[in-house]
Design a protein around this ligand. Sequence first.
Ligand code: NDP
Length: 328
Amino acid sequence: ASSPVTVTVTGAAGQIGYALLFRIASGQLLGPDTPVRLRLLEIPQAVKAAEGTAMELDDCAFTTLDSVEIYDDATAAFDGVNVALLVGARPRTAGMERGDLLSANGGIFKPQGAAINAGAADDVRVLVVGNPANTNAFIAASHAPDVPRERFTAMTRLDHNRAVSQLATKTGAKVGDIAKLTIWGNHSATQYPDLSHATVGGRPALEVVGDDTWVRDTFIPTVAKRGAAIIEARGASSAASAANAAIDHVHTWVHGTPAGDWTSAGIVSDGSYGVPEGLISSFPVTSVDGRWQIVPDLSVDEFSRSRIDASVAELVEERDAVQALGLL
Ligand code: NDP
């Protein structure tokens, strides 16, 4: 077996954390031959709950779990980290203004970015799950000037997986028959799930669906509002599917995308597709030799253009707001 890989999870005592940690510890993140040194970061009030989860992790006797340690200090938790999963964030509560939300999250992601900058391993990979994920990743990256910016990513894989599932159900295909679907923009209600290059069993998805109205009036809003539908049905926000998507994101990043397909991830823009350079936006991406690459040269029709522009405009607004708040 290889030497242990250090994986730090923030918000470890939360719902997503509970669904995530056992899968990481059992080898589903990095593979069955890679031992994991797990580090759980929590705020002081949640350390006791994290200790309970750590006891359960011990009780699983996972052969891939090297150790579990609990922290309430970011600098210690990220020292030597190879994979950082930033799940803990300040949720939006009733009556909260956007500026308050961004400030509260700046207070979390600024020090975490600085801690990653100070102590992370050279190969560190960061995935931000906590919302507003793209902008939280942007804040963290801007406080980690010594870490290549492309190592900071935001999760849109859950949106991607939701879109794959909706398209499979609509067409009666298996999820494995769906390829080349894209989530563009922000992980928010403005995201654009794009079927224009998607295929179902090798055929163009739009042709198989044969119904533009379904795409615009059912598919896109169903994917974008799926989180709210789950809260409504379950009485709690999605957790296991969010954890699953985090596993998928890192697994793909490390192990690569299958030939002939791509996935979606929030990564730093190089200016492709008119997305301002430096923003963390979702794109169609492949992972090659452990690095994300934006799929080049896709045609963008008028409808897609306006949907991408709308979501990117929201990212620009969020960036400008955090800049004005002095969080960068
Ligand atoms: P969850 O584990 O359910 O969610 C954590 C974050 O993931 C939230 O920001 C949530 O955003 C986000 N998220 C992103 N995508 C999804 C999705 N598809 N479905 C659901 N959530 C999604 O939250 P809990 O409140 O259960 O737990 C959070 C934990 O984080 C707490 O234990 C808290 O103590 C901890 N925390 C730790 C910090 C630290 O380590 N420094 C800092 C802040 C909190 P949204 O709210 O928009 O759903």
